[in-house]
Ligand binder design. Sequence first.
Ligand code: PGA
Length: 248
Amino acid sequence: MKKPIIAGNWKMNNTNATTKTLLQDIAPLVENAQCEVVVCVPYTNIDTARKAIRGTKIKLGAQNVAWAPKGAYTGEISAEMLKELKVEYVIIGHSERRQYFGETDQSVNARVKAALEAGLKPIICVGETLEEREAGKTAEVVIRQTNGAFEGIEKAYLKRIVVAYEPVWAIGTGKTATAQEANDTIAIIRKAIRKLYNKTAANAMRIQYGGSMNAKNASELMAMPEIDGGLIGGASLKAEDFAKVVNY
Ligand code: PGA
């Protein structure tokens, strides 16, 4: 059985001080969670988060990782550095990275490889923009992004990978894909993974939905057969809201 995974993506929010209090508030509320619970915090808050979640159900994630192991890459953080801080998961290819920081299918692929080689678990984000959706290109875009991200990734690594389907138009907008739409697009992504590998690997892959997922709509989304979890932005910044999603 696949264990669902709910991950909070804090984005560029919280200082070390608020990281500690927020995690202290979340921890008791998710104690009986049936799913895996992850918080992906800013780099500078990782150490504080690591200490705050000790002995709790919460696992630690980062929001990006460099493709190179080390060297002259000003501003980047390597997979080894994250491992040293006991980071387990790392978001790669979030649409905000693709939109504002020039991330491409190639750079996403290179970051995924670096993360896997260092023993991290990538959460690979794919999803279409509003323009692409209106042009009827959703399937084409998510298939291209999936193929790009998995290029050259050996089958042995698949167990450690999570995919997040995040339609860009639904992120932070309050607009959610309907549960059916999310389910259908995730099925397309799963089929792309099946083509790259095989049916067993595709069925075992956990694919999350993300984009305005919250306390109100989580249970409906999580009831869909293709949806194995959620990547939660806004609603992960309030303890009660995040806990409600986790305990969908
Ligand atoms: P949102 O963000 O839940 O605020 O829409 C999701 C994400 O970007 O991961």
